[in-house]
Write a protein that binds this ligand. Structure first.
Ligand code: HEC
Ligand code: HEC
Length: 686
């Protein structure tokens, strides 16, 4: 039975550039820009005669072009040919529309939309609500769904893959469902129904399983053709399990028809299983639909699905009940439900921590392969769990969340929770306990945080001048390191993009991105002296100076008081009695943790910095950095990049955050009750 073709449909709506548009743009550039930015002259190192209008490939260049024109910097006043205001406006709005449509679909292009326009007091460029869309379940939500429908089912294969790129994983534009995926979905659905009906009939006996669904097994056990009433009950039950609501009469009717057709040969059990499988393969089980009703608002059911999926990997029963009662039609009702879910500690909300994992990416720490040093017990998995706990604690306090994330002196150290054997109370316990034999001579995890003994009094407050915030957690430092070194460049890129809202053009293919391997020089020395080359600096000026302060730590995340360089003389003398070399010997070199914030467009941010503390303190008090963070929150929960049409939503979210004293709950509630989340353009095809 292949009902799949009808069940899945794939969205695609590319915004094509028309030849006429390309011609107009090319003429504009050639009339006013190419004289100084063409094949011959390339003022400011930028060439504009070879653009095709392809935003995915050329997005960064187009956004700079629009910016320069908008600020009145280009063409320069002394250029002879000057475009009219109308011409300039046309080019700028074309670029913004294109960036809006395209950059929206790719997670790491969000920053191309100019920050100052998004947060301008009266953002003039208004446009439509976002288009209708179907958003496929994320891999985690699919797992949650299987769990909700069938419990633990053997043989389930994950049909969906997450975005392999850096950053946010689940974007609505990325979740395509193709042939092989539908095959897997079908097999999974059959496995779930197999389990739900718990039925194999062997030698005339029904082999049942205890956790099968009663409504289904009752039907299967009886030999006779089941009544419509019982069948309807079973269908309703499957609807509840799969999409958290009862079936509509016409839906029941269609499935009863399917049942009758399949049961003609006399196989009632088989027919029932086909019907139950069909329900699991409905598109509204695999996708959250956001098509919008006649008024352009998400329908109550769509809103219930959207809010559930935003916060958890399951469908929230109370939300769907509210939808059935005709609630969830106003912003206030929706905000109240968001608050209810956020405030209820019994409801698991994995997507709260999920955002922070994808934003900071500290959870990659175990994936960075490192030789374990002789003198440290390297446990990156535990470092990640400790950071998880710290973030959850900050969210529980829910005060000044952004600043606290970057600057808190608190940390958890090697913690798990467990029951005290005597008091039976939950308590903090030491998670990783070194084995005196295996970990002989290795400093325990606690040493990373300057503790000599583990303590159950957690979180601990780290001494001034040691570590603050998530970016100095060992998990983050290791996640943003290489196998043998710190990763100065990518740490800098992280700060430029995720905290300052800037962009760096991708590393061009064919650039010799090599740092000399000379261990007698510090990494700082080797990186800065390589990338200061003009060809490299035009990109690396956006990254390196922001990553350098973290030279305060080594690539295992240990705090350093000196840098280390190879001592060739001592190394050559480090031989055993047979003259066999015994390894490299390092000597201290002066530790330099200085850096610079530059090119942010915010004079309060730019300037020299002494160390990573100063860097983070300054960023933490910046309005712009906070807003950039809010832009990332938006992207995670709305599954797309912001466009200028979302300016009002972002500004309202920022206000809600500030007025609540920095509450993440208030921020989320504002976003999830916004037009950007709840409204759809009326009459657009999907
Ligand atoms: C008369 C020569 C001239 C013309 C015409 C001209 N530019 Fe420029 N452009 C320059 C110079 C010089 C620089 C380098 C300025 C600097 O770095 O301060 C520059 C720099 C730039 C930059 C890089 C800015 C940056 O921040 O890196 C962009 C983008 C740019 N121009 C776009 C344009 C566009 C678009 C036009 C046409 C509308 C244009 N230019 C017309 C001379 C020109
Ligand atoms: C067009 C922009 C651009 C130019 C030009 C550029 N880089 Fe980079 N470079 C990047 C970006 C972006 C990254 C970060 C890549 C990532 O995040 O994976 C990077 C990363 C690096 C890294 C670390 C990545 C690694 O593979 O270990 C080194 C080293 C480096 N660049 C050296 C250079 C040198 C040397 C030059 C000049 C010869 C240069 N780059 C020119 C953009 C550029």
């Amino acid at each position: 039975m292949r009902i799949l073709a009808a069940v899945f449909w794939i969205t695609s709506s590319a915004l094509a550039v028309t030849p006429a548009e390309t011609a107009t743009l090319k003429k504009f550039l050639s009339d006013y820009c190419v004289k100084c930015h063409g094949a011959e002259k390339q003022k400011g190192d930028i060439r504009l005669d070879d653009l095709s209008g392809d935003m995915l490939a050329e997005g960064t260049r187009w956004s700079v072009i629009a910016d320069q024109i908008r600020r009145g910097e280009m063409p320069p006043d002394d250029a002879k040919a000057q475009p009219s205001d109308i011409q300039k406006k046309a080019v700028i709005s074309w670029v913004h529309a294109q960036l809006g449509a395209h950059a929206q679909r790719k997670p790491n292009l969000g920053n191309l939309v100019p920050h100052d326009l998004l947060f301008a007091p009266a953002s003039s460029e208004k446009s439509d609500a976002p288009a209708a869309r179907l958003w496929r379940l994320s891999p985690e939500a699919y797992t949650g769904w299987v769990d909700q429908v069938g419990g633990r089912v053997n043989g389930i294969v994950q049909p969906f893959t997450a975005n392999p790129e850096r950053g946010i994983k689940d974007f609505s534009s990325l979740g395509r469902v193709d042939e092989p995926t539908t095959e897997i979905l079908l097999r999974n659905a059959e496995a779930i129904v197999e389990k739900q009906t718990g039925t194999r009939i062997e030698d005339g006996k029904v082999i049942g399983k205890n956790d099968a669904v009663r409504e289904f097994t009752d039907l299967i056990k009886s030999d006779a053709s089941p009544s419509r009433e019982l069948l309807t009950k079973a269908i309703d039950r499957q609807f509840q399990l799969a999409i958290a609501r009862k079936a509509e009469p016409d839906e029941v009717q269609r499935l009863l028809g399917l049942y009758e057709k399949c049961a003609q040969g006399g196989d009632h059990a088989g027919a029932l299983r086909t019907v139950l499988t069909a329900v699991l393969l409905r598109s509204d089980a695999m996708f959250r639909a956001e098509m919008g009703g006649p008024d352009g608002m998400l329908t109550p059911r769509e809103a219930a699905g959207a809010i559930s999926a935003a916060l958890m990997h399951k469908r929230d029963g109370a939300l769907f009940n509210a939808a059935e009662k005709g609630e969830l039609t106003t912003r206030e009702q929706i905000a109240a439900h968001v608050r209810r879910i956020l405030d209820d500690p019994k409801i698991q909300k994995p997507r709260l921590l999920g955002f922070f994992r994808e934003y900071f990416e500290y959870d990659n720490a175990p994936d960075v392969f490192k030789d374990e040093p002789k003198d440290l017990w390297h446990r990156p998995e535990q470092a990640v769990l400790d950071t998880d706990r710290l973030i959850l604690q900050i969210l529980a306090e829910d005060k000044d969340v952004f600043r606290t994330l970057l600057t808190t002196p608190l940390t958890f150290v090697n913690v798990k929770t467990g029951k005290n054997k005597e008091t039976k109370q939950e308590e903090f316990q030491r998670a990783q306990v070194p084995n005196p034999q295996n970990q002989k001579g290795k400093a325990p995890i606690e040493s990373l945080y300057g503790l000599t003994d583990w303590t159950p009094q957690q979180p601990i407050t780290q001494s001034p001048g040691t570590r603050i915030g998530i970016l100095m957690q060992p998990s983050w430092l290791v996640a943003w390191s290489e196998n043998f070194n710190n990763d100065i460049v990518r740490r800098g890129r992280f700060i430029r993009e995720r905290l300052l809202g800037g962009t760096v053009p991708d590393l061009p293919i064919g650039v010799a991105a090599m740092i000399p391997d000379d261990k007698t020089r510090t990494l700082r020395d080797r990186v800065t002296n390589t990338t200061k080359d003009e060809r490299c600096w035009k990109c690396h000026q956006h990254m390196d100076d922001l990553g350098l302060p973290f030279e305060q730590f080594d690539h295992y995340g240990r705090m350093m008081t000196a840098d280390l360089v190879l001592d060739p003389e001592a190394t050559s003398k480090n031989v055993n009695y047979k003259g066999v070399p015994q390894g490299d010997v390092y000597k201290p070199a002066p530790l330099d943790t200085t850096g610079r914030i530059s090119l942010t467009g915010d004079p309060k941010l730019d300037g020299a910095i002494k160390n990573p503390h100063e860097l983070l303190m300054r960023i933490a008090s910046s309005d712009r950095a906070r807003q950039v963070w809010i832009r990332h929150v938006f992207r995670y929960y709305l599954g797309r990049n912001e466009t200028l049409a979302d300016a009002a939503t972002l500004q309202a979210a920022d206000r809600a955050y500030l007025q609540s004293g920095g509450s993440y709950k208030a921020l989320l509630t504002s976003l999830l009750a916004s037009d950007s989340f709840l409204k759809r353009r009326v009459g657009t095809p999907h």
